[in-house]
Design a protein. Structure first.
Length: 278
C-alpha cells in the first residue's frame, strides 16, 4: 500500500492541492480535460462509482484510519496509487483551508457529453442559468437526484458543478445525475431553447411574472417531457430566457413572501413536477 508521508511541501504530487484555482485545475496539462478536487470519502466514492479516473489522495494524518475503506479500494485497483499523508500544519500550509470530512482526492475531469446524449430518455430536466453560488449549485444537484430529475443542464455562465464546494454540498450526487452545458453564448436561450424544443421538451421558466401559472397547474403535470429553467440568485432569469420559454411558472406563497432561494425553490418544483410513475 503506497502511503506516503509528506516531508516536503514542494513534492510535485501535491501540486493539485496547493491552493490552485478551479480554472487552473481545469487547464492542468497532466490530464486531457484538466483535474478537479473531490472533498470527503462520500464524494470520492461516488466519483469512483461513476467511473471517474482518480490521480491521488491527500489527507491529514488524523483522517487516515477513517479513510481506510477508500484507501483500500484505490490501492486494490492500483497498488502504487499515491496516498499522500500530511500533518495538520502541513495540510493547512498547503491548502489554506480546513477539511472537516476526511480526505481530498484529485480526479481527471471527464469530457462533457453532448446535450442530445444527456437528454436521451429523460423526461424531467433542470436548466441552471448563470448560478454562481457553489452551495446553491450543489444543493440543486442533491435535490435533483432525490426528487426525480433525470438530467441537469448548466449555461455557459453558470459556475462549475465539479468545484470542490459544489460537489461536497451535493454529497457526490453531481456524479449520479447526468449533466452537461447548454449553449455557447451568454444568451444561451437563443440556441438552447430551440434545441430543447427540437428534442421534444416543453420549457417552463420559474420566475415572477404577471402571466405566470402556479406550480400545481395541470398543464405542467401533463407535459411528457419538461425542462424547468431556474435563474441566478440575485436577478433570477433573464428577460430573453423568459420570453423564449413556453410557460412561466411561480410557486404560490403565503405571508407576502414573493420568492425562495434557488436551492429551496428547485426542491419544491422538482417534487411537484416529478413524473407520476416515481
Amino acid at each position: 500500500m503506497a502511503i506516503i508521508r509528506i516531508d516536503n511541501l514542494d513534492d510535485p504530487r501535491l501540486a493539485p492541492y496547493s491552493g490552485a484555482a478551479d480554472a487552473q485545475l481545469r487547464l492542468s496539462p497532466s490530464a486531457p480535460n484538466g483535474l478537479f478536487i473531490a472533498e470527503s470519502r462520500k464524494v470520492a466514492e461516488r466519483a469512483l462509482d461513476a467511473g471517474v479516473s482518480p490521480r491521488s489522495l491527500f489527507m491529514e494524518e488524523r483522517w487516515l484510519a477513517q479513510s481506510m475503506p477508500l484507501v483500500e479500494r484505490l490501492t486494490a485497483a492500483d497498488p502504487s496509487f499515491p496516498v499522500l499523508v500530511a500533518t495538520r500544519e502541513q495540510f493547512h500550509a498547503l491548502t489554506g483551508y480546513e477539511v472537516t470530512r476526511g480526505a481530498l482526492a484529485a480526479f481527471e475531469r471527464p469530457a462533457l457529453p453532448r446535450v442530445e446524449k444527456v437528454l436521451a430518455g429523460a423526461r424531467r430536466v433542470a436548466v441552471l442559468e448563470d448560478i454562481v453560488n457553489y452551495t446553491n449549485i450543489g444543493a440543486v444537484f442533491r435535490s435533483a437526484a432525490a426528487l426525480g430529475i433525470d438530467a441537469v443542464l448548466v449555461t455557459p455562465s453558470c459556475h462549475d458543478p465539479l468545484y470542490r464546494r459544489a460537489a461536497r454540498v451535493s454529497m457526490g450526487t453531481v456524479f449520479q445525475v447526468p449533466w452537461t452545458r447548454i449553449g455557447s453564448e451568454r444568451d444561451w436561450a437563443a440556441e438552447g431553447v430551440p434545441l430543447l424544443h427540437e428534442l421534444g421538451f416543453e420549457t417552463a421558466a420559474l420566475a415572477l411574472s404577471d402571466d405566470a401559472i402556479p406550480l400545481h397547474d395541470k398543464r405542467l403535470r401533463s407535459c411528457d417531457r419538461l425542462a424547468l429553467v431556474l435563474g441566478t440568485e440575485g436577478d433570477g432569469l433573464s428577460a430573453s430566457t423568459i420570453m423564449r420559454c413556453d410557460m412561466t411558472v411561480k410557486i404560490p406563497m403565503d405571508h407576502g413572501v414573493d420568492s425562495l432561494n434557488v436551492a429551496a425553490a428547485s426542491a419544491v418544483a422538482f417534487w411537484e413536477l416529478r413524473t407520476q410513475n416515481r
